[in-house]
Design a protein around this ligand. Structure first.
Ligand SMILES: Cc1cc2nc3c(=O)[nH]c(=O)nc-3n(C[C@H](O)[C@H](O)[C@H](O)COP(=O)(O)O)c2cc1C
Length: 193
């Protein structure tokens, strides 16, 4: 059987992003589970704010097509998002919106989301660990895009103090939460292969 491929997408491109740090720990965890893992930056897929007039005039930007292809080349996706005002940051929502506008020949709406497993995670310096963005992201992915979003999730609270100098979790409970989520993602992605 072909190796399982998992894509990790941080929803922040900020220098020193806590979510990118969490994503990097997830990459290490996934490598231990023997999967092919790729972490991307949305900074490598710059997109204008979605505008129907722009789409009508110029079509879907090439970066949205490339991002969709990147998702389509993996069996599972872990999205790690900051929480902005209890919801999803515009960078990430805009990227998802554009990807949903890419329609390949012989493809139904949302196929790239429906055919693979998704997991969600958040890192916040607050005590709730981005729980509200996780709900919002689930709604977008599951209800909006028809994705299978696994029940396990990562809500990393007080994330600014969560990592040691080697970017490992200081608290074993955080490591267990990430491990359980990555294991479930791999299991469900394998079943959907
Ligand atoms: C506009 C804005 C709104 C925010 N709203 C929330 C929020 O609702 N809940 C929360 O826990 N943190 C909130 N934060 C703090 C972010 O979680 C924190 O800045 C986090 O480090 C951003 O993620 P990053 O480090 O990956 O860039 C907000 C930050 C910004 C800039």
């Amino acid at each position: 059987m072909a190796a399982l491929k998992i894509l990790v997408i941080p929803g922040s491109v900020r220098t020193g992003s806590l979510n990118a740090r969490l994503a990097a720990v997830a990459v290490k965890e996934l490598a231990l589970l023997d999967v092919d893992v790729t972490q991307i930056s949305l900074g490598d897929f710059p997109l204008p704010i979605y505008d129907g007039d722009l789409e009508a005039k110029s079509g879907v930007p090439g970066n949205a097509v490339d991002l969709k292809r990147m998702i389509g080349a993996h069996h599972g996706v872990f999205i790690v998002s900051p929480e902005y005002n209890s919801s999803v940051p515009p960078l990430l929502k805009n990227a998802i919106d554009w990807v949903t506008r890419v329609r390949d020949r012989n493809e139904t709406f949302g196929q790239v989301f429906r055919e693979r497993a998704f997991a969600v995670g958040a890192a916040s310096d607050g005590k709730f660990g981005g729980l509200r963005v996780l709900m919002a992201l689930r709604q977008i992915l599951a209800l909006g895009c028809g994705a299978t979003v696994i029940p396990q999730q990562v809500a990393l609270s007080f994330a600014d103090q969560a990592f040691d100098d080697m970017d490992r979790f200081k608290d074993e409970r955080d490591a267990l939460m990430l491990r359980a989520t990555m294991r479930q993602l791999v299991d469900v992605a394998q079943q959907m292969m």
